[in-house]
Ligand binder design. Sequence first.
Ligand SMILES: [Mg+2]
Length: 237
Amino acid sequence: MNESGTGALALLFDADDTLWENAVFFARALESFCAIMSRQGIAEERTRALFAELEARGFRRRWYGSRRLEINLRAAARRLLDGEVEGGLAQELRAIAGSVSGHEIRIFDAVPEVLEALSRRHRLFLVTMGESQEQGGKIERSGLARHFEAIHVLHDKTRAAFEEIIRRHRLARRSTWMIGNSLAKDIRPARAAGLKTVHLANGQDFGFGLPDTGIQADLVVRSFAELARSFGVGLAR
Ligand SMILES: [Mg+2]
């Protein structure tokens, strides 16, 4: 894999929790919701258990980002409080949901430098999923779009979606790598499509209520600096 100037690779990057922080905003939103429910006498464990159940359902229905969060917060509140969600509570829940989409983008350490270095040798693509407007806004605010030959915001990361990207850009499977933080959403479908995979095991994962046991990547790295070393590019610092 260490390249010596020949044999450009195609490197597909996940965005949320790979290039920048994401799960942490959802965790914080859930904490705020638990605090609101606990004021109404609902135990935190009960709130978290119900929310996890609703999250898995929302994911299967392909709701994403702040929209999914608001739908699930409202559904959870209705069930926990046994009544309609109106007035001040509805406003509070909307504000909590909004907090996961409009925030400042916090890019992980070394990401811009590594993308810059890799893009001199390889073809880089961004492959994310979610609501196109919300993901598009994050990509724009990140300032990282210029490193990528193309950006795909998918409805879901499936084997078929990866195969379509392979066809569209005429990628060779043996020299195409998917790099992402999620075993379930990045590594599993990319492997199914015949790609090579790098799991960025940075401890950030939203989970989506999906099982991720038994999935193995070709390569595991813990940071972008380690990724750069694995692909044979040095960082000027
Ligand atoms: Mg991710």
